[in-house]
Write a protein that binds this ligand. Structure first.
Ligand SMILES: [Zn+2]
Ligand SMILES: [Zn+2]
Length: 485
């Protein structure tokens, strides 16, 4: 277990979470002296501490075990993971004390958790595989290893983690199938489909400043007037992007802000409406945050996954805002993405042909079974065993699939560029009077994607010379860059 750090993350994770008794903090040892025992609450303690347990209560949080601690079986899953030998007769004892289903379920748990340790994986599967799992996937497996199958609470946790596992594995599969650039393209396609426009960071910032300055006194202005004002102000400032600055694109940039709940939309008697900055927006930063949130929400709704540095590049043209955006993404993330990811991958798979995709298509019903699990329901051991089988199937499929398709990606690993390169935005030319939908959509609901995505950045922004602005806005701006799919 005390390997010299070569296996970096995996072993660090196991070291930190699984090898020590939750109570006395001593390392688990061999079967006889200090094997791990897991309570329904998820705490795992050593046999020494277990010996002094009173009233079947967990010594860490006083959780009252539903089964007598004298009959609690050792956690073979953890033993496997930390490479402690389990005596041959231990499983026989396990079967006679707790039944065949418990034994079978434990074997499945071991099969899941062993991917955290290449040695354990080799032992259980009799093969060597390079395993490079996302950290968040590893964390879910570690949580799974600390569940007590014999207790209802433990089984509920297992169901909960299987769902999380399914959700994350879906994300991994989606990411394997799509390049980062495809993900960025999808974001811009989503914005287009919503009749919204996000410009390159500098131009976007300029537009935001202009809008804030003209509206922060509570003025009510029509979209048409705002659009004309912006076009006039921007005229000649953004040479490289001038061809992208049109009534339509500016109208769409305003629509994005409407979508982000920046404005009150006040209907006019003669038709149309006026926009007024919402009272709750008290300074420019709040206004700007609304825009960032609006774009991130669109990404969640369309299940687009970008690394936080990439977000920072797209929205601000540098990675400086990563931390701020990270906390925003955390706040906006929906609770569960299983369903939307399932839809997403089903659609993607329908467009793909070829063997590996066929194999993946077969997994869809398995993911659906996971999706249908209700974490609040009670599940008996038979059902949990069934779902563990499903979990093993999808996890091992991910391993196979990463091996096949991950290689090309690995070669593309690169450092995040500090500049963003931008292709001219793909603006669909519409007539000026193209009706812009006025719904103040605030689909706060369905954002989700709990985890940040590790990956590459293919976005490049070319630096542009700054130009001083007139009209009292004393801010040097460079010519903006539009990022486009
Ligand atoms: Zn202990
Ligand atoms: Zn406990």
């Amino acid at each position: 277990m005390e390997e010299k750090g070569s296996k970096g993350t995996t072993h660090t994770l196991i070291r930190n979470f699984l090898i020590r008794c939750s109570f006395c903090r001593k390392k688990f040892g061999d079967w006889n002296s200090s094997a791990p025992y897991t309570f329904g609450c998820g705490h795992t303690i050593c046999s020494n501490c277990l010996a002094s347990v009173e009233d079947d209560c967990c010594p860490v949080d006083n959780y009252k075990s539903a089964i007598s601690v004298r009959t609690l079986p050792p956690n073979t899953c953890i033993l496997y993971l930390i490479e402690v030998a389990v005596p041959a007769n231990a499983y026989e004892t396990m079967i006679s004390n707790h039944g065949i289903e418990y034994y079978q379920s434990m074997i499945l748990m071991e099969k899941l958790v062993c991917v955290l340790n290449p040695n354990a994986f080799k032992k259980i599967n009799n093969q060597v595989k390079p395993i490079n799992l996302a950290k968040s996937l590893e964390r879910k497996l570690i949580s799974l290893a600390s569940c007590q199958l014999l207790e209802e609470l433990g089984r509920k946790d297992i169901i909960k983690y299987i769902r999380k596992l399914g959700e994350r594995i879906l994300l991994e599969l989606i990411l394997l199938m799509k390049s980062r650039q495809q993900q960025v393209n999808e974001l811009f396609a989503a914005l287009r489909s919503l009749k919204c426009q996000l410009f390159g960071p500098k131009l976007q910032e300029m537009i935001m400043r202009l809008l804030y300055n003209i509206m922060n006194e509570g003025e009510r202005i029509s979209r048409k007037t705002l659009t004309a004002y912006l076009i006039h102000q921007l005229d000649g400032r953004f040479k490289e992007e001038s061809k992208n600055i049109s009534n339509t694109s500016i109208g769409r940039a305003i629509q994005l802000l409407v979508r982000g709940s920046c404005f009150e939309v006040i209907p006019r008697d003669k038709g149309g409406s006026l926009l007024k900055l919402k009272d709750e927006i008290r300074n420019y930063e709040q206004f700007r945050q609304k825009l960032d949130a609006a774009v991130i929400k669109v990404a969640f709704e369309y299940d687009v996954h970008l690394k936080v540095e990439k977000w920072s590049l797209i929205l601000y043209g540098s990675t400086d805002k990563s931390q701020y955006l990270n906390s925003m993404i955390d706040k906006l993330r929906p609770a569960c993405l299983l369903n939307s990811r399932l839809k997403h991958i089903s659609c993607t798979l329908n467009e793909e042909v070829g063997k590996p995709f066929q194999a993946l298509r077969k997994l869809i019903p398995q993911f659906s079974r996971i999706e249908m699990l209700n974490p609040d329901d009670e599940y008996d051991l038979a059902k949990v065993k069934e779902m563990l089988e499903v979990a093993v199937e999808i996890l091992y499929a991910l391993l196979e699939y990463s091996e096949h398709f991950g290689k090309a990606k690995d070669q593309r690993q690169e450092n995040a560029p500090t500049d963003v390169v931008v292709n001219p935005p793909d603006i669909i030319t519409l007539k000026l009077d193209d009706p812009i939908s006025f719904n103040t959509l605030d689909n706060a609901a369905d954002l989700s994607s709990d985890e940040s995505v590790d990956g590459t950045d293919d976005l490049i922004i070319s630096p542009v010379p700054s130009t001083p602005l007139k009209d009292g806005i004393n801010r040097a701006v460079g010519s903006a860059v539009a990022i486009s799919p």
